[in-house]
Design a protein around this ligand. Structure first.
Ligand code: CP3
Length: 354
């Protein structure tokens, strides 16, 4: 990570927060914790606010984005806020016809599979996402010392939605394109990398003090295919924001075999799902990077003492890494009892690190 020059949230208290310290591999007095999808349907106050407003419409309304992002920070006392948005927001912003269908996910009107369709994926310009920059600016003012994490979808995960036209179990069409027309594939991912990089840059320049690149579906690939067809483009995104001076978190699901490479493409922190213990993950990632994770989100449906036993194990295993940010191994499930999350934050914060 390079030192900060253009990053406007040089609030010393933010920079000295446990979350940013752990991302940088510095000592912390307690383990920082936040949750992927901490904002969202597990919170009744979120469901009330979203009534009658479509998901994508809410992402372009700064008043809603600010309030929804703050809700879990107020309720759970987490160490970081994650910007309320979605990975498909920058695609919508450059004019791709898509929607987020409740209970399903992103659905693309005209899936991409041919060269002439690539033109639709033009670079993102600042003017496309003014409401996003405005919301980030307001949030940073409201959050005070609490860091705000900006995020983007990684080129592969975005490509999967664009090529399949929606969520997919086996990513068949995506892999078919990758293997049958590698030239078109690399052009597609190259364009998506520029969109993702610019979306991160806008958020950091507006005040986000860390970024996370979500490659949620990268775990469906072999290491060989990931390395050849995906890693160069994720590197474009992560190296492209290196100069902004904020920690870069790189996350995917089922990525046990990819962890080392996901670190090497330009991450300061590697997100780990629950399948690989953090001490083993730290071995695979190497000594130069921190880890984030990795409680199985379904564990939160178990009795509190079971949840806390798993959390204690994860904290102990995380000590093998250069730094540890506690999180789930994937997003909060909508059915989760929010009080279980609040209790988990209390437990992690109260855990004695000797
Ligand atoms: O983490 C947070 O609290 C920030 C908000 C956030 C959302 N989406 C809000 C959202 C983040 C970081 C995302 C990223 C995202 N979106 C990913 C990567 C993370 C992951 O979960 O792997 C992916 C794959 C998407 C695509 C997507 N958008 C899916 C699969 C869904 C769920 C569809 C459903 O209804 O079950 C969405 C919609 C979405 N994005 C919701 C939220 C809160 C639910 C929509 C609603 O509340 O109506």
């Amino acid at each position: 990570m390079t030192s900060s020059t253009t990053q406007p949230t040089s609030n010393p208290a933010t920079q000295d927060s446990d979350f940013l310290r752990a991302c940088r591999g510095e000592a912390t007095s307690r383990v920082p914790v936040w949750f992927m999808r901490q904002a969202g349907r597990s919170l009744p106050e979120y469901r009330r606010l979203r009534e009658g407003v479509a998901m994508l419409d809410s992402c372009f309304r700064p008043d809603l984005v600010v309030e929804i992002t703050l809700q879990p920070v107020r309720r759970h006392d987490v160490d970081a806020a994650i910007f309320f948005s979605d990975i498909v927001v920058p695609l919508k912003a450059i004019g791709i016809d898509l929607d987020i269908v409740p209970g399903t996910g992103p659905v693309v009107a005209e899936p991409i599979g041919r060269r002439e369709q690539l033109e639709r994926l033009r670079p993102l310009e600042d003017g496309d996402v003014e409401p996003i920059a405005a919301a980030v600016g307001e949030l940073v003012a409201e959050l005070g010392p609490t860091p705000l994490i900006g995020f983007a979808g990684a080129p592969f995960t975005l490509a999967s939605y664009l090529v399949e036209g929606g969520p997919s179990r086996d990513h068949r069409l995506t892999k078919q394109l990758m293997h049958s027309d590698p030239v078109l594939w690399h052009e597609l991912l190259g364009r998506l990398a520029v969109v993702a990089r610019e979306f991160l840059r806008v958020q950091v320049e507006a005040g986000a003090s860390a970024v996370q690149l979500f490659d949620s579906w990268a775990g469906t690939l072999s290491l060989a295919d990931y390395t050849e067809f995906v890693a160069p483009h994720s590197r474009t995104v992560l190296e492209g924001v290196a100069g902004l001076g904020v920690p870069r978190i790189h996350f995917g699901v089922g990525t046990g075999e990819l962890l080392g490479t996901m670190g090497e493409v330009g991450a300061d922190v590697v997100g780990v799902d629950w399948r690989v213990p953090l001490d083993e993950a730290a071995q695979r990632i190497g000594p130069d990077r921190a880890v984030q994770g990795n409680l199985d989100p379904t564990t939160l449906f178990a009795p509190t003492d079971v949840v806390h036993a798993h959390a204690a194990r994860i904290i102990e295993q995380g000590r093998a890494a250069r730094g540890h940010v506690f999180n789930l191994g994937h997003g909060v499930l909508p059915e989760t009892d929010p009080d279980a999350l609040t209790r988990l934050v209390e437990f992690v914060h109260g855990y004695e690190l000797d």
